[in-house]
Design a protein around this ligand. Structure first.
Ligand SMILES: C[S@@+](CC[C@H](N)C(=O)[O-])C[C@H]1O[C@@H](n2cnc3c(N)ncnc32)[C@H](O)[C@@H]1O
Length: 194
């Protein structure tokens, strides 16, 4: 635990924009992220976590019952990815940028959920846009996108216009307090021809 906190601190000092935080997420915040997944979502397709850090949300996802062989975790920092591989030896951890998500995932089954801790407010806008384009491309129709933000008021930037917000909850047991939002990628409408 102390080792993980120290690693997180080192990363925050060296890459403040990529980290976009002062500390790892609390159990309450990680649990709120994981609670967005329904049993049906957890049992179908691939679930992708992006920006996992030292793994508080990964741990909450596994605790909630996500099968480890359905979970792919993407983390850009090599030191953090290595920590995740050690902490979760049964989970598929990929050290790459979320902006390369589709090539990083390869021929995985359809992605039914993307759970993101990416700091969109501190990343350069062009990077955030590139990542959200990948999210839109990668997520299966009907799939969910879960994101937290420390901005309690206002909208999360760069969410694709077609995505529908279905849940927004505040978590005060975190430093700083955060908001967890859940979006659904719509299914294509059926065209009826007489
Ligand atoms: C706010 S921290 C969240 C860490 C952890 N999930 C938590 O909740 O404590 C953001 C994480 O996103 C990672 N990250 C930043 N940019 C990324 C990118 N383009 N692709 C993948 N991960 C990225 C950082 O290295 C960092 O681990």
């Amino acid at each position: 635990m102390f080792e993980q906190q120290l690693l997180m601190l080192k990363e925050i000092i060296h890459n403040p924009r990529d980290m976009g935080t002062f500390a790892s997420s609390s159990r309450a915040l990680a649990g709120e992220m994981a609670s967005a997944l329904s049993p049906r979502t957890m049992k179908n397709g691939t679930l992708v976590e992006v920006g996992a850090g030292t793994g508080p949300v990964t741990a909450a996802l596994l605790e909630r019952g996500v099968p480890s062989d359905r979970l792919v975790v993407i983390e850009k920092s090599p030191a953090l990815a290595e920590c995740l591989m050690r902490r979760f030896p049964n989970v598929n951890v990929r050290c790459c940028g979320a902006e390369e998500m589709s090539s990083c995932l390869g021929a995985a089954p359809p992605v039914t959920a993307i759970i993101s801790s990416l700091p969109f407010r501190s990343l350069p806008k062009s990077v955030s846009i590139g990542i959200m384009e990948e999210v839109e491309r990668t997520l299966a129709p009907g799939g969910i996108f879960v994101q937290f933000t420390y901005a309690l008021i206002g909208e999360i930037p760069c969410i694709p216009a077609a995505f529908r917000k279905v849940r927004s909850r505040l978590v005060f047991l975190n430093f700083p307090p955060a908001k967890v939002e859940v979006f659904v990628k719509p299914k294509p409408r059926r065209a009826y021809v007489d």
